[in-house]
Write a protein that binds this ligand. Sequence first.
Ligand SMILES: Nc1ncnc2c1ncn2[C@@H]1O[C@H](COP(=O)(O)OP(=O)(O)O)[C@@H](O)[C@H]1O
Ligand SMILES: [Mg+2]
Length: 322
Amino acid sequence: MSIIEQAAKRLEELRRSGVDLTARQSSPEVEVAPRAAETAIPQLMRRVGDAATAVIGTSAPNAVRPAGGKRVEPTTGRRSQQVHIDFARLSAGGFVTPDAPRSQLADEFRVIKRPLLTNVQGKSAAPVARANLIMVTSSLPGEGKTFVAINLALSMAMELDNTVLLVDADVSRPSMLERLGLPPSKGLLDVLTDSALDLSDVLLRTNVERLSLLPAGTAHARATELLASDAMNTLVDELATRYPDRILIFDAPPLLPSTESRVLATHMGQVMLVVEAERTPQASVTQALATIESCPVVLTVLNKVPHSRLGAYYGYYGQYGY
Ligand SMILES: Nc1ncnc2c1ncn2[C@@H]1O[C@H](COP(=O)(O)OP(=O)(O)O)[C@@H](O)[C@H]1O
Ligand SMILES: [Mg+2]
């Protein structure tokens, strides 16, 4: 099945399940970041693999606001800390928020999460092992992995049935906490280097009821080595067995500059490859896809599509009668 047929089929499935696909046309205009390099988008879409491709428009730029999130209580025993995410700051940063669920971005993430959730719920034709382990990666840095991982985690946690753990696994360039307006905190690297620490000591519960966070942790000179270590493999296995009912979303390093993400990918049930529209060279996307060939499910998402071009995408689907 061609990528367009798959996209059209998925849109039809969404339409049948009651998702309002016309909502994005009536959503407010958002600012478009100018892009120097121009690549023909349809050409890129044909090249991003056999998996279905979803599209994310350029979201509102980050507003400069003081950090509003805070720690609410100190660690007591082995109970995980609670942190408070400031929804107004989150919204100003261009993220989906639990208190404003209807927006173009929220609709885009509804489309993106649906096939992932179908696999998690075991409703796909061929069951996917460890479908609840989802890695968000890209070919190169800066394509929007953290943006997509956070929005996906929020979007999924906002649905009643899903409990989500968002893991900052981009340990040499961590940005999850800062992006959520939260102060630095211990995390993955600390658990990997300190055997006295338990996962529950570093997990953060949040004011989004079904969302917890596992930060990257204290900066470490051998961070990338640690991520590809046996200890990390064991930790991912532990996460998978300890939290079988949770959806684990890993904000991972990019695939091409180094190899640790490829190792991580071998433990995942599903991989989401973020592609920056009109910027990432096709050769990089093809090369990145080749590095994760053995992963059972790879979905691609075209990110930062200038608002002026979104219509072209939906029109593109429109040619097929949707
Ligand atoms: N869809 C989008 N709309 C607007 N800005 C975006 C979008 N996706 C990412 N960005 C911005 O692009 C920059 C890089 O994104 P980021 O998620 O940090 O990339 P990565 O994690 O892949 O390095 C950030 O400033 C982020 O806010
Ligand atoms: Mg990042």
